[in-house]
Structure formats: structure tokens, C-alpha cells
Design a protein around this ligand. Structure first.
Ligand code: HEC
Ligand code: HEC
Length: 367
């Protein structure tokens, strides 16, 4: 039997890079404070998948979509004879063809929904201009993103499963090895690259790496830049800063709804066991400021979620809300009791930007 060159270098580099980036994106999704890294990797995936689609149109034999066995009769025939295949495919077999196209489509949707979630929910990235208008339904976009990502994992499992079927059921180790060296043992025509294909490959793969390096190394680049405004409270309202930031973190007014602020301000003489009373002029100044800038006035994710979580409940402590508890449930009690943190209410020990009115993922300090 002949050796056929099936997977040319760009196809194999695409494959390796794709595996690495998907794994990287997954790892970077495990901690909120790594969100910028997740988005940087996701952006690179976006470029890489565009390259693969172009490659599927103008690439070499076997990598082209027109070379895939995308016919239901072929799929049926293949699956019915899975135990003893009637023919071998140099490129993708029918099952692998369908899974591969499904993966590409799913990744496209995962990247788009990720960009939408980032723009709409986090007010960051190139789609941040969509933030205010759709902010009340912001969770949807995260959920849609998660749906496509979960679908991708299922397809990846099917893809890996298919390779294992070839390796162990069909005893064909070339499927697995061809991922590395590009060759399979069979009759057929070897793939060849033209000059123009080489140039396209260089642009596609070079572009992917360039986007990754760019998003990671250039601060505030358009792909990850945030647009939640930082506020200098000292300049806006020194009374608020002096009176409400002396005992604890200066909690941004946008974190609690009007009703909570009114209730809290109505009982400052017994404020969590302390007397935080103010003279009447300062009291009015602070109350007006809190009401004017309450969660109702903000489109930030944290404001909306805090309001949704409080609903009509009579609450003045953010740390008592179901939303706060849920977001911090993975943090062990010892951390909150540590000398550095001391209290759940000491937000600034962990959120470097809270006293400027935002709680961005990339400002969460490592614990
Ligand atoms: C004399 C000290 C003192 C002053 C002044 C003070 N607070 Fe507090 N505040 C506390 C203490 C103590 C707690 C409970 C903190 C804890 O649980 O660790 C608290 C808790 C809070 C909480 C709840 C935090 C949470 O989610 O658990 C809010 C909201 C709050 N304060 C707002 C204010 C505002 C607004 C002002 C200004 C009008 C203010 N505080 C002034 C001592 C003070
Ligand atoms: C011991 C450190 C710590 C303290 C103290 C703390 N947080 Fe957090 N907070 C975190 C971590 C870590 C996360 C991210 C959790 C995750 O990865 O899901 C987080 C997440 C959040 C989020 C969600 C952010 C997002 O974009 O999803 C909000 C809002 C928040 N914290 C508000 C607060 C407020 C308000 C306080 C003070 C009342 C506070 N936190 C105190 C560590 C802390």
C-alpha cells in the first residue's frame, strides 16, 4: 500500500492550535478574574475558525469542504457497517465529516455569543455599545454562550470517540498518527500546496497568533477594553466619602436599590451595632446622593443582579443577598476570617476597583 500525504502542515497546525486554544479558553473560564485571558483566547479562536472556513473553500485536497463525505446515505452506510467498514476514507469519513462541520459551525456561534455576552453583560469589548439597551436580558447571552460551548464539548467527545473507534475497533493507527505526520497508508493522491495556499495559511495562522499576542499584551485594546465608568467619589461627593468610607469599604451607591438606601439611612444610630449618625445637613446630602446613584440608575451587571436578587425584600446588607452569597460560595470561610480580609463586607480586600464604582472581573485580586 502507498503512503498518502493527507493532512498538509497548515491543516495540522490548525488542528494543534485549535486543541490548545479550546483547552486554554476552558481553563481561563474557571476563574472570573481570568476573563480577559478567556476573551483573548476566544478572539484568537475566532480568527482561527475563519481561517479554517477559508481553508475549507480554497485549501488543498482532503481539507476542502467539497472533499468531505457530507451525504446522509454515506453516513448511514458508514454507521451501519461500523464494525467492519466497507471502504476506507483518506480524508474524513462520513461521520467525521458531519462532526467536523458541526464543530466549525458551533465554534462560530460560541465566539459570536461570547462576544455578545462580553459586550452586553460586561460592557466590554467591541460589542460594548450594545450594553445599555439589552442589559435587562443580559443573562441570556451568557446562557446562549454556555449552550454552544457545551454543544462543542459533546462534538469534541464524538470526534475523539471516532478517532478511538478507528484506532481500536478498526485497528488503524494511521488516523491518530496522521494528526502528527499527515500520512495515511492507502491508495490515493497526495495533497499538495500551491503558493497562494501557503500564503493564505501564513496569514490565517500568523493572524491567530498575532491576535492572541495583541489582546494579551496591549492594555485596553478594543477587544477587551471596558466602558463602565470609574468614579472619583471624593471629587463628586466628599461628604459621602468621609462619612461612609471611614469605617469600611466605600460601597458604591449603584450596588443597592433606593429602598435599601432609604432604610439604611433611616437608622444610622443603630448601624450594624455602630452609631453612624450624621448631622441633618450631611444626612440629607448623603441620602440624596445614594438615591440619585442607586442601582436603579445603573446598567451595570452587578446593579441589576443585586436588584433582581433583593426584589421586594427588605435588605440593606449586600452580603446577605442570594446573589452575593451565590457569587462568593466557593470562597472558604477561612479566607473571609483571615487577617487580610477580616469581614465579608470588606469588599476592597478582594475587589481592587470597588471604591471607584465598578467590580470588574480583571480587578479581582488573587486570594
Ligand atoms: C462608625 C462606623 C461606620 C460608619 C461611619 C458607617 N458604617 Fe456602614 N457598617 C459599619 C459596620 C460595623 C458594618 C458591618 C460590617 C461587617 O459586617 O463587617 C457596616 C455595614 C454596612 C453595610 C452592609 C455591608 C454588607 O453588605 O454586609 C452597608 C451597605 C453600609 N454599612 C453602608 C454605610 C453607609 C452608606 C454609610 C454612610 C452613611 C456607613 N455605612 C457608615 C460601620 C459603619
Ligand atoms: C475574600 C475576597 C472577596 C470579598 C471580601 C468580596 N468578594 Fe466579591 N468576589 C470575589 C471573587 C473571588 C469573585 C469571583 C467569583 C467567581 O469567580 O465566580 C467575586 C465576585 C463578585 C461579584 C460578581 C462579579 C462579576 O462580574 O461576576 C460581585 C458583584 C461582587 N463580588 C461583589 C462584592 C461586594 C459588594 C463585596 C463586599 C460587600 C465583595 N464582593 C466582597 C471575592 C471577594
Amino acid at each position: 500500500m502507498k503512503r498518502v500525504y493527507v493532512w498538509t502542515l497548515p491543516t495540522r497546525v490548525f488542528h494543534g492550535l485549535f486543541v490548545a486554544l479550546i483547552l486554554g479558553a476552558w481553563i481561563a473560564s474557571l476563574e472570573d478574574r481570568w476573563l480577559s485571558l478567556h476573551v483573548a483566547i476566544g478572539s484568537a479562536v475566532g480568527v482561527l475558525v475563519v481561517f479554517r472556513i477559508v481553508w475549507g473553500i480554497i485549501g488543498p485536497k482532503y481539507s476542502r469542504f467539497s472533499d468531505l463525505a457530507l451525504r446522509t446515505d454515506a453516513l448511514k452506510e458508514y454507521l451501519l457497517n461500523l464494525l467492519s467498514p466497507t471502504r476506507r476514507y483518506a480524508g474524513h469519513n462520513p461521520a467525521a465529516s458531519f462532526v467536523m462541520v458541526a464543530m466549525l459551525v458551533t465554534v462560530v456561534f460560541a465566539v459570536i455569543s461570547g462576544m455578545l455576552a462580553y459586550g452586553i453583560t460586561e460592557n466590554r469589548g467591541v460589542l460594548a455599545f450594545l450594553h445599555t439597551g439589552l442589559s435587562h436580558n443580559m443573562e441570556w447571552f451568557e446562557e446562549i454562550h454556555e449552550f454552544f460551548v457545551n454543544l462543542l464539548w459533546i462534538l469534541i467527545a464524538a470526534h475523539v470517540g471516532g478517532v478511538l473507534v478507528d484506532r481500536f475497533l478498526h485497528k488503524d493507527d494511521r488516523t491518530l498518527n496522521s494528526i502528527i505526520d499527515g500520512h495515511k497508508n492507502m491508495e490515493g493522491e497526495s495533497a499538495l500546496l500551491s503558493w497562494s495556499q501557503k500564503i493564505v495559511a501564513l496569514i490565517g495562522i500568523g493572524g491567530t497568533i498575532a491576535v492572541l499576542i495583541y489582546t494579551l499584551s496591549v492594555p485596553n485594546n478594543p477587544l477587551i477594553a471596558g466602558y463602565n465608568q470609574k468614579i472619583d467619589y471624593k471629587q463628586e461627593n466628599p461628604v459621602f466619602v468621609n462619612e461612609c468610607g471611614s469605617c469600611h469599604t466605600l460601597y458604591p451607591p449603584t450596588l443597592l436599590p433606593k429602598e435599601s438606601w432609604s432604610k439604611l439611612m433611616g437608622n444610622l444610630s443603630n448601624h450594624f451595632g455602630d452609631d453612624a449618625s450624621l448631622d441633618s445637613a450631611d444626612h440629607q446630602t448623603v441620602l440624596d446622593y445614594l438615591i440619585k446613584h442607586s442601582a436603579q440608575s445603573s446598567s451595570q451587571e452587578m446593579s441589576l443582579k443585586m436588584m433582581q436578587s433583593i426584589e421586594n425584600r427588605d435588605m440593606i446588607a449586600m452580603t446577605q443577598t442570594p446573589f452575593w452569597k451565590k457569587r462568593h460560595k466557593n470562597i472558604p470561610d477561612d479566607v473571609f476570617k483571615s487577617a487580610h480580609v477580616k469581614s465579608r463586607a470588606n469588599c476592597k480586600a478582594c475587589h481592587g476597583d470597588v471604591e471607584q464604582g465598578t467590580i470588574e472581573d480583571n480587578a479581582i485580586k488573587a486570594l
